[in-house]
Write a protein that binds this ligand. Structure first.
Ligand SMILES: Cc1cc2nc3c(=O)[nH]c(=O)nc-3n(C[C@H](O)[C@H](O)[C@H](O)COP(=O)(O)O)c2cc1C
Length: 199
C-alpha cells in the first residue's frame, strides 16, 4: 500500500505552532514487559524519531484504581493521568485481546478519560493477540474513542500470534508489521498536527 501521502516532515512543526507534538502511549496490561507494552513503546520510538515528545503511562509503577472503588475519585495517580492525557496532542492505545475484546485494564484506563481530556485529539489503535489476527479489540476501542469525541486514525495494527512476533531484543520480527506500525504512527502525527493547528 502506498502511504507516501502520509509523510510528515521531521519535528511535526507547523508555522502556527513551533513546539513538538506530545504523544502519550497507554498499554492494556500492568507488566512493562507485556507484549502490548512493548508494542506501545516501539510506536513511541517511531514518534520520537519523527521529532515528537513522548510519554509512556506505566501502569506497573503508576497503577490506576478501578473506577468506582473506594477512594478512586481522589487517587493521586488519576489526577496525574488525566493531566498527562490533557497535555498530550495524540494518544496511542495498545491492548491485548482478551476473550474477543480489549483487556479490562484498557477499558478501565479509558474509563478514566473524558471528552475534556482527549476530545478532538488523534488516537492510534493497536492490539496484540495470542491467536489469529482480527480487528475485534481495535473496533471496540474505536467505538470507545467515538464516545470520547477523539479521532482514531483509519490506519490500525493488530499483531496476531504475538508470542512469535518479537525477537529477543524486543524488536518486531516481520518487516511488514514494522511498516504498518510506521504508517500508523505517521498517520497519528499528521492528524495530530492538523487537529492542533486547525484554529
Ligand atoms: C484472559 C485472557 C483471554 C485471552 N483471550 C484471547 C482471545 O480472545 N484471542 C486471542 O487471540 N488471544 C487471547 N488471549 C491471549 C492474549 O491476547 C495474549 O496473551 C496477549 O495479547 C499478549 O499481550 P500482553 O503480554 O500485553 O498481555 C487471552 C489471554 C488471556 C490472559
Amino acid at each position: 500500500m502506498c502511504n507516501e501521502h502520509l509523510h510528515v516532515p521531521r519535528a511535526h512543526r507547523s508555522p502556527m505552532s513551533q513546539r513538538p507534538l506530545r504523544v502519550l502511549a497507554l498499554a492494556g496490561e500492568y507488566r512493562s514487559s507485556s507484549k502490548s507494552g512493548m508494542l506501545a513503546n516501539l510506536a513511541l520510538e517511531i514518534a520520537q524519531e519523527a521529532g515528537a515528545d513522548i510519554e509512556f503511562w506505566d501502569l506497573a509503577t503508576h497503577p490506576l484504581p478501578l473506577v468506582g472503588e473506594d477512594g478512586c475519585w481522589s487517587h493521586p495517580h488519576v489526577a496525574a493521568f488525566q493531566e498527562s492525557v490533557t497535555n498530550a496532542d495524540a494518544v496511542l492505545l495498545s491492548s491485548p485481546e482478551y476473550h474477543g475484546t480489549m483487556s479490562g485494564v484498557m477499558k478501565n484506563t479509558l474509563d478514566w478519560m473524558y471528552d475534556k481530556h482527549v476530545g478532538g485529539k488523534a488516537v492510534g489503535l493497536m492490539s496484540t493477540l495470542g491467536g489469529v489476527t482480527n480487528a475485534n479489540t481495535l473496533n471496540h476501542m474505536r467505538i470507545a474513542c467515538r464516545w470520547l469525541h477523539a479521532w482514531p486514525v483509519p490506519e490500525q495494527l493488530a499483531v496476531g500470534h504475538v508470542k512469535e512476533a518479537f525477537d529477543e531484543d524486543g524488536r518486531l520480527v516481520d518487516p511488514s508489521i514494522v511498516e504498518r506500525l510506521e504508517n500508523l504512527v505517521r498517520s497519528v502525527l499528521a492528524t495530530a498536527t492538523m487537529l492542533r493547528d486547525r484554529t
